[in-house]
Ligand binder design. Structure first.
Ligand code: GLC
Ligand code: GLC
Length: 814
């Protein structure tokens, strides 16, 4: 069952039924001002940091699940009836409902008794504000006398404090109202120099800023007293819950249409100019008024929208493909790339499953995310890398995350994850392969943000690599520390206290538990670093990195191989995890995917065996589960992984983030059929028809799909913010379609399904547009390339040096 459809030409997903199984959301904003918006206009906004600068309030895990947002009410003043065009919060039986989620905007609306109302929500480029462009049309034969009410509930900035510290917060709310503009200025009187505002383009008949006056005692957003009455209370908030609501009276002749623009924004004043007059307590509005005036004009709002469209056209044009599979095309050309930009902006901080107060920007997460967005925003990727590296510790280890506003690392979600440092090598390498910008390696970067500790970025990479060499276990495999990629395999934790966090509780020193996954990652990072060192003419160093990677490869062969597949780890007692010797958790996906991806076992058949075992034991029609058999009970020595009921999350769920590792591994052994088959199983567009089972958005990946041990097998959770976005993008574009970035240029090495006749692609790379056309003539993966008609030796297309802006690359697969 579907709840809408793709409109690929407009790059939109059109939801035609408001009661989707879960809120189907979109993101607004791509620079500093951001918002989340659901298909019924739920959600909230923030400036830079969802925790520290929350502009509007949102209550998670609400009843209904998604409640609170950018709601507009329409009231028919003849019948006194009122409704919300976005369906929520009044939930009237509206007609012709649609929500068009597009690139950085959403258009939501419907028709009710002949009155059509649709709102286009978006954040203009380079501005810290959002526009709600409401168009109301009277399709009746008679004139309509309407009242429009806007509404937003302000958050008192720090979202954590806002939802807990009521004894203070109920007394501090402050607003100002001037010329119909509502200014939310809580704490502006003291240490804040920022405020929010909510403006309206039409002449207002009234306003409200105190929540209780608007909704009325013992009422909710579904039936606000003011809307029912048809008249604002003109309330001024003193403490309690500041909100913003305008009342606009609208008379429409038959067939007439009118537009009202609402602008919700964030503004900072220079500290010395906070007040106007200077010795007063009144907000200085001179600095913000021109911005407000500008966007209340329809022509300017339209122009800003066009600019946003053009911005996304440009970003997405960098990589476009035309394959025989519509789901591949749609995800690569539109939605997967778009989701990668969301993970760039949010990391794992703010979604409908990440509350914005739990996590910031993850070291491991954001480095991997780079694989998916570096080609679209290379200069911002550079900045991101330097921010991440600045939080690295002198040991080479890393804080697990930092807060976007402060850019300082913290241990709020734990530390000592021994895989962390290697992701920096992977991220930097991806950046250089894309851009050819070697200068980044010489950039001075501090450790732990400590001024004076700056060293070239290259040295950070060296320390990352060394970090593992300094922490090898009894078998010569990397010690796991708190955990590796799998946050929930907690081999040093031994937590027996209810409620204790597996992520932050004090761990054992941990001199025994080892990770085969980190070993695979180390092999990959070693090769990447060696290639970088070679380019910098550090021959001996490169040799050493290769030797260490090779040694680790041998150690994996010796101590990380179980006979039919790669072992996952050794626990604190030196016993195997993910081995046929175990009663549960005999085989894990991570080492199968990642060891092969790093090249381990490609020559001696272990890789193929590992993949065969993966197919046999872990693959389901909804994707590949994380391990089998699922843990049926809690194991003190394994930790959080066994805390989840079987089939969910890390306990044998289909963790979509690591499925692409197996796709890539299949590509490495040359099996394009298997690679693309796995790709299709979790591709959200390919799952659209089963939206009632899948439940999450069909246009973006979710972190998890319930595994075969779960009663809800096939149900997705935690959409949007997941490493799944970047890894799937990387797997399909670089490994299956084989359009690979390398240090020396674009490499063409497709491993596509045997049934495909070929495909086309356009890739803008280092200033040159590559028009690529691949034709299949045989069943294999051998490629013969011509560039602008000339035969090419090998498969790396050198970047033209003579100012050529476009080249044509033709490949014959045999
Ligand atoms: C979450 C985390 C990621 C981790 C994964 C597996 O997605 O964001 O860092 O690798 O879970 O535990
Ligand atoms: C929990 C989740 C895991 C996530 C981690 C982040 O352990 O299961 O997916 O990575 O929290 O702290």
């Amino acid at each position: 069952m579907q709840f809408g459809h793709f409109d690929d030409a407009n790059r939109e997903y059109v939801i035609t039924q408001p009661d989707t199984p879960l809120p189907w959301i979109n993101y607004l904003g791509c620079q500093a001002y951001f918002g989340l918006i659901s298909n019924t206009a739920g959600g909230y906004s923030f400036y830079r940091d969802a925790r520290l600068r929350r502009i509007s309030r949102y209550r998670y895990n609400n009843v209904p699940f998604d409640f609170g947002g950018r709601y507009i009410y329409v009231r028919d003043n003849q019948s006194s009836e009122f409704w919300s065009p976005s369906w929520q919060p009044t939930r009237n039986q509206v007609d012709k409902y649609s929500c068009r989620h597009g690139m950085g905007y959403s258009i939501i609306g419907s028709e009710y008794k002949g009155i059509e109302a649709r709102t286009r929500y978006f954040v203009p480029l380079d501005e810290n504000l959002e526009i709600w462009q409401l168009t109301v049309t009277n399709h009746r034969q008679t004139s309509a006398s309407l009242s429009i009410f806007s509404s937003i509930e302000f958050c008192l900035w720090d979202a954590q404090d806002d939802s807990t510290n009521f004894q203070r917060n109920f007394s501090i709310g402050q607003v100002e109202i001037e010329d119909g503009v509502i200014y939310h200025k809580t704490e502006y009187r003291e240490r804040r120099d920022h405020f929010a505002y909510f403006a309206c383009s039409a002449k207002t008949a009234g306003f409200d800023t105190q929540r209780e006056s608007f909704v009325g005692p013992y009422r909710g957003w579904d039936k606000p007293a003011v809307v029912e009455r048809g008249e604002s209370a003109n309330s001024v908030a003193h403490g309690w819950a500041p909100i913003g609501s305008h009342h606009v009276k609208l008379d429409l002749k038959p067939g007439e249409s009118q537009q009202i623009i609402f602008v919700l924004g964030y503004h900072e004043n220079p500290v010395a100019e906070k007040f106007d007059p200077p010795d007063s307590q009144t907000v200085n509005k001179k600095t913000v008024k021109p911005v407000i005036a500008k966007y209340l004009k329809a022509a300017n709002a339209d122009a800003a929208f066009d600019r946003l469209r053009a911005y996304w056209d440009e970003l997405l044009s960098i990589c476009q493909v035309e394959t025989p599979d519509i789901h591949t095309n749609r995800m690569v050309n539109i939605w997967n790339a778009y989701q990668c930009m969301a993970t760039f902006n949010m990391s794992r901080s703010a979604s409908f499953y990440e509350s914005g107060i739990g996590r910031g920007l993850g070291f491991r997460d954001s480095n991997q995310d780079l694989l998916g967005f570096v080609h679209m925003v290379p200069s911002r990727a550079r900045e991101r890398i330097l921010d991440l590296a600045s939080t690295q510790l002198p040991t080479g280890g890393a804080y697990h995350q930092y807060q976007p506003l402060t850019k300082r690392g913290n241990n709020d979600v734990g530390g000592n994850f021994n895989d962390d440092p290697h992701w920096l090598i992977i991220g930097v390498s991806a950046y250089i392969k894309e851009t050819g910008d070697w200068s980044i390696l010489d950039e001075p970067v501090p450790y732990d943000n400590e001024p004076g500790s700056e060293k070239p970025l290259y040295e950070h990479l060296q320390r990352s690599f060394q970090y593992t060499l300094d922490r090898l276990g009894p078998h010569g495999l990397p010690l796991i520390g708190r955990a590796d990629w799998n946050d929930c395999l907690n081999l040093n934790c031994f937590s027996d206290t209810p409620g204790q966090s597996f992520q932050t509780t004090t761990n054992k020193e941990g001199k025994t538990a080892e990770s085969v996954f980190i070993a695979g990652l180390f092999v990959l990072a070693g090769q990447e670093l060696a290639a970088i060192a070679e380019h910098r003419c550090h021959k001996d160093e490169a040799k050493r990195y290769r030797a260490e990677a090779k040694k680790m490869d041998e150690t994996i062969h010796q101590h990380g191989w179980d006979g039919e597949w790669f072992i996952r780890a050794y626990d604190d007692f030196g016993k195997k995890v993910g081995s046929s010797e175990c009663t549960e958790g005999k085989i894990f996906i991570e080492p199968q995917g990642f060891c092969v991806l790093a090249g381990v076992g490609l020559e001696d058949g272990l890789a193929q065996k590992a993949l065969d075992s993966t197919r046999k034991h872990l693959a389901t029609k909804h994707g590949i589960v994380l391990q089998q058999p699922a843990y049926s009970r809690y194991y003190l020595h394994l930790g959080e992984i066994s805390s989840y009921p079987p089939g969910y999350k890390e306990n044998a769920g289909i963790f979509c983030h690591n499925n692409p590792w197996v796709m890539i591994a299949e590509a490495k052994v040359g099996n394009g059929d298997n690679a693309h088959d796995y790709y299709s199983r979790i591709n959200p567009s390919a799952r659209e028809a089963i939206s009632d089972l899948h439940r999450c958005e069909p246009y973006v990946y979710s972190q998890m799909i319930a595994g075969k041990d779960a009663p809800t097998h096939g149900e997705a959770k935690n959409s949007w913010l997941t490493g799944t976005a970047a890894w799937n993008y990387y797997a399909i574009v670089q490994q299956i379609l084989g359009i690979q970035t390398s240090l020396d240029g674009l490499q063409i090495a497709p491993v596509i399904p045997t049934s495909w006749k070929g495909f086309k692609a356009t890739r803008k790379y280092r200033g040159v547009t590559y028009r690529i056309e691949i034709e299949r003539q045989g069943k294999g993966n051998k490629i013969a390339l011509t560039v602008d008609g000339k035969k090419l030796e090998g498969n790396t297309v050198p970047v033209p040096v003579n100012g050529t802006k476009e080249i044509s690359v033709r490949g014959i697969l045999s």
